[in-house]
Design a protein around this ligand. Structure first.
Ligand code: FEO
Length: 418
């Protein structure tokens, strides 16, 4: 196995989960990784482990560097099983290792594994000297669970951030700057008049996955993230690298920090999402006409059918959209089940600074759009407009749909959000 080094004495000993396609509910078409890090000094520390099914692979990787039985400390930044799952296995080998975690981490690990382990609990500002290298701990509750923390390698200026700044992306590369798509650009040489192909790398893939990860996992904690980044500055944490426990290691931390500041601050662009389901196409016809009104107003819009688009992909789009329109038919005096399920998922992620509107159709009795409005309202979101059509939209109804699209586009242009 090739040893993967971040810097002198700091190794990646994680695993790549090429076949990961679903991570507790959201799709991961590009797979994922569980990153663990081994720090070699006078004392040896392992920071985080991997999902339990990959314990053997992680241990083999450690064995390429040292005898795992001499590990002194295992830092558990987060209890969730994708990071702590191999703790029981490694502790069977590293029998003298002390487990370093937060107080809540200790509580969670004990409840999960019932292990009689040698714990040391830490909080923000606590340090652990390994010799020349020092581990500095920063609690990070809700990023992603109450137990979470970051571990900072002081001398190397590497932040081991666990879930924060992660992405689900399987690759044979480990660093952000390597995971880019090669695109060929044709250009004409002015001097010689020759057509030449220039190679250029684009890094959209990694940022796309980082955005999806943030939207589906960390969006509810935007306020906490914003303050945590401020706290890192206050603590004087300089970062040459951010090494999360999922995906690529950021050799260019400013890129992902900037994105997190924008996302957590609720920054949005002039974009509208029209999200709907339909029974006999009436709601779909309405959606199409609303989209036409938005497009004709010169505003970007995306249309998503809830049974034809994977929900976590839609949520990624929600992150930077300024307005969201939800469309539903009425079924059994209620909103369509997919709309109800999607709203439960989306509203649980607490999107902020969005403008909302609703629309839909009904046959003999209404209730669908009313249900959506009530669900939004109970989560603290008030739609700026709502449109219902009986059976099939006629000419007058279509004009109302078009006007709704134009109204939303106009509000989006003036940056009105709710
Ligand atoms: Fe990657 Fe919250 O676990």
């Amino acid at each position: 196995m090739t040893k993967i080094q971040l810097t002198d004495g700091v190794y990646w000993v994680g695993v790549v989960d090429w076949n990961l396609r679903d991570f507790h509910g959201y799709t991961t078409p590009r797979g994922g990784t569980y990153n663990a890090y081994l720090i070699i000094d006078e004392k040896i520390a392992l920071v985080d482990t991997v999902k339990h099914t990959f314990a053997g692979e992680m241990i083999d990787r450690i064995k390429e560097i040292i005898d795992p039985s001499i590990i002194d400390y295992i830092v558990s930044n987060h209890v969730e099983a994708d990071h702590s799952g191999s703790l029981p296995e490694i502790l069977k080998i590293a029998t003298n290792a002390r487990v370093i975690c937060t107080e809540k981490g200790k509580e969670g690990l004990f409840r999960y594994y019932r292990g009689d382990w040698n714990f040391r609990t830490v909080k923000t500002g606590d340090e652990l000297s390994l010799g020349k290298k020092t581990l500095f701990f920063i609690t990070a509750p809700m990023l992603h669970w109450p137990d979470s923390m970051f571990t900072y390698l002081k001398e190397d200026q590497i932040l081991l951030s666990n879930d924060a700044f992660g992405q689900h992306l399987a690759s044979s590369f480990r660093f952000d700057e390597d995971v880019c798509s090669l695109i060929g650009l044709m250009s004409m040489s002015k001097k010689e008049g020759d057509l030449k192909v220039h190679q250029r790398y684009e890094c959209d893939t990694i940022m796309d996955e980082a955005a999806k990860y943030y939207a589906n996992i960390l969006m509810p904690f935007g306020g906490i993230i914003f303050k945590k980044i401020e706290e890192l500055k206050t603590l004087g944490i300089e970062m040459k690298m951010i090494a999360p426990s999922h995906g690529m290691i950021w050799k260019n931390p400013e890129k992902i920090i900037g994105a997190y500041l924008a996302w957590s601050g609720g920054t949005s662009k002039q974009k509208v999402l029209v999200i709907y389901d339909t029974m006999w196409n009436s709601t779909e016809i309405m959606a199409g006409e609303i989209v036409r009104g938005i497009v004709d107003s010169g505003v970007e819009v995306s249309l998503f059918h809830l049974r034809k688009t994977e929900w976590s992909e839609i949520v990624k789009e929600v992150l930077e959209a300024r307005a969201i329109l939800i469309g539903t038919p009425t079924l059994n005096n209620s909103m369509f089940p997919t709309v109800g399920g999607f709203l439960t998922y989306l509203l649980g992620l607490k999107p902020k600074n969005k403008l909302w509107a609703t629309f839909g159709s009904y046959g003999w009795a209404g209730g669908g759009v009313k249900g959506v409005n009530e669900k939004l309202s109970s989560s603290g979101y008030e739609p700026v407009d709502s449109l219902e059509v009986n059976f099939r939209p006629d000419e007058a109804d279509m004009a109302k749909c078009y006007a709704l699209g134009q109204k939303i586009a106009s509000l989006v242009k003036t940056n009105v959000t709710a």
